[in-house]
Structure formats: C-alpha cells, structure tokens
Design a protein around this ligand. Structure first.
Ligand SMILES: *[C@@H]1O[C@H](CO)[C@@H](O)[C@H](O)[C@H]1NC(C)=O
Length: 334
C-alpha cells in the first residue's frame, strides 16, 4: 500500500480556527449615539406597574457590571450584559440582543443558562431613544422582567436569527425611554411599538403608486361641444399609463385610492364657458370664465374606485383657447 503522510503545520490550524471563529461569531454594532453614554432610563416595572427612573450605562457593546438592568436568577446576580447581535431596520429603527455575562444553573444537572434582552430601539433625536423589550415577563427571575430565558436544553447560538430566536412575545410590552442628562427632547405622542420585530415601522413617505400626467389643448382655438368631454391631446408626462385616453378625453381609474385632479381653463374671445369636472356622470366641481382670456382653475382631492371615469365636460361655450387649458391627474396617493 502506498500512502503519503500529509504534514499539517499546527500554526496554520490555529490561524484557520481564528479566522473561522471571527467569521461565525455573532457581532453587534449599536447605533453610534447610544454607545459610551450614560442614559436616564425610565420605564414601568412589568410586575407591579411602578414607574422607575434610573440610569443605564452603555459602553461600546456592553451594559457594564452593576448595570441597572439587574436580576436575580435562582441566587445568581445578572448585572452585566454583552450585545451579541443587532439588526438595523432604518435610519432610526434597530434591534439589539444582549446576553447576560454570567450564567445560572437550576440544579446539579441543570447546565448553564443565560438571560437575553431583546431591545427594539427607535431614535427620536441624538439625545433621546425609546425601546421595547420584546419578550414576555419571566416570573422565575427577580424582579420579574421581560427577558428571554431559554431552557437549558435549547440554548440558542449567538448567531441564530435575531427576531425569531430572541424576540418572541405574546403580550404587548410598554415603552421605555433613554434620555441624555440635561436634554429636553420629548417622545412623540404617537410613539408606538411597531410590529413585527423586523418591521422598520417608519411612516412611508407619501408616494404616488400609480402615475401622474398633465394634458393640454393645442395652440389656438379648440372648438368644443356642449355635453362632451374635452379631448386634451398634448401630453406632458413622465409616467402616463393607459388610463388616460386622449381620443376620448376620459381618464379611467385603474388603481383605487386618493387622487388629485386639477383643471385650468381659458375660453378666449368667442364665448364665455362653463366646464365641470365629472366622476362618471356626477359633477364634482364647476369652472367658469368670461370671453376675454380670463382663466379659471380647480384642484380637487378625491377617493376613486377602480373603473371610475374622470372627464372635463363642456356645460356652456363653444371653444377654448390654447395651452392654458390643462387637465392633470395624480394618484393614487398613499
Ligand atoms: C448592525 O449595525 C450596523 C451599524 O448600524 C449595521 O451596519 C449592520 O448592518 C447591522 N447588522 C444587521 C444584521 O442589520
């Protein structure tokens, strides 16, 4: 039999192990404003609803010993915590999980158990954060508090998925605040826990989910007939869909929602004119100009259903003058 002896350099093994361990270790980076600061920490005790004001020291990624977050678990004091994992959800929202530095045991064969704090933070300003503890109240520790206390036979790994492992709860937690000494920023009155754990919760900016367009009449006089929709033909739009039909002048709603509709008119020299903005057969608003190049305009916001038809109908008059006549639709606005 022929075989080779492969010489393995023990140093290489050590280096590989080190590299491996840095890759697989969970890491935590707290929001920069939170780090290395002593905070005024206000909360309501979950066991007796007493309001508490204390201080919470956060070093780079730890709540150092003799932290105000302190429990007694079967005789063992847990008052030092190290962040093991974080989740950044937006510029203001993040979740961080802290693990107790000490472990406790519930008997000679009980193994080592640790506690975990799952904090969902919202930054209000650099001087003010609020957070929720995303666990149910554990009655086996004193004082009773919202911590994750896994049984000895299912100790999670630090790198396990943060929300689904460490941040489970059934009863709604209460808000807690962290404020820098000497500052006066206040928590917004609508501050609330946004769920689930991995949701960024920020109010989305108003966005137009549909599209926007503006159409005008061409230069010169456009003859119009009473009772008919005006056919605005020159379309200035980055995002015209098939909803507006320039051959009929009718806009057919594709997506239900709130729309902004705007019409301006100029009747020129021939006759005074009335126009109406209509939803299906219903008149929404009127426009009127005299026959000396006056202008009128209307802008409305309206909730529309799919297949509603919006048009601008002539109620009196015989012609309109030039590109001063516009028809714009924007929506749906969320
Ligand atoms: C942890 O926080 C840092 C700093 O905010 C961020 O860059 C990183 O993406 C976060 N990790 C996760 C998994 O979101």
């Amino acid at each position: 039999m022929d075989f080779k002896i492969i010489f393995v350099n023990p140093m290489t093994v050590v280096i590989n192990l080190l590299l491996l361990s840095t890759v697989t270790d969970a890491i935590c980076i707290l929001p920069p404003e939170l780090r290395n600061t002593e905070w005024i920490y206000k909360y309501t005790k979950p066991d007796d609803n007493q309001p508490i004001t204390t201080t919470l020291r956060i070093q780079n990624t730890v709540l150092p010993q003799q932290s105000s977050v302190r429990f007694n678990a079967l005789g063992t004091t847990m008052d030092a915590w190290t962040c093991i994992s974080n989740l950044t959800l937006s510029d203001t929202e993040s979740v961080a999980v802290f693990k107790s530095d000490t472990s406790y045991s519930d008997g000679p064969f009980g193994g080592n158990r640790r506690l975990y704090l799952c904090m969902k933070f919202t930054k209000v300003t650099d001087n003010l954060f609020y957070f929720y503890l995303l666990s149910d109240v554990d009655n086996t520790i004193l004082p009773n508090e919202r911590v994750f206390n896994p049984p000895e036979n299912s100790i999670p790994d630090d790198s396990d998925p943060l929300c689904s492992t460490f941040c489970q709860y059934t009863s709604e937690p209460k808000i807690r605040t962290l404020q820098k000494t000497g500052t006066t920023d206040v928590v917004p009155s609508d501050a609330a826990l946004c769920t689930p754990c991995e949701s960024p919760c920020e109010e989305p900016y108003s966005t137009v989910a549909g599209h926007a367009f503006t159409a005008t009449l061409p230069l010169g006089y456009t003859p119009v007939s009473i009772g008919s929709p005006i056919k605005y033909t020159l379309i200035n739009s980055a995002s015209i869909g098939s909803e507006y039909n320039a051959a009929t002048g009718i806009y057919t709603v594709a997506k239900p929602g709130i729309y902004l509709i705007s019409v301006s008119m100029m009747s020129g020299l021939l006759t005074a004119s009335h126009l109406t903005i209509r939803k299906n057969a219903d008149v929404l608003v009127w426009l009127y100009t005299n026959n000396d190049y006056d202008m009128a305009s209307q802008t409305i916001n309206i909730n529309l259903a799919a297949n509603d038809k919006i048009s601008v109908v002539v109620n009196s008059g015989s012609s309109l003058f030039s590109v001063y006549n516009t028809f714009s639709v924007l929506g749906p606005i969320e």
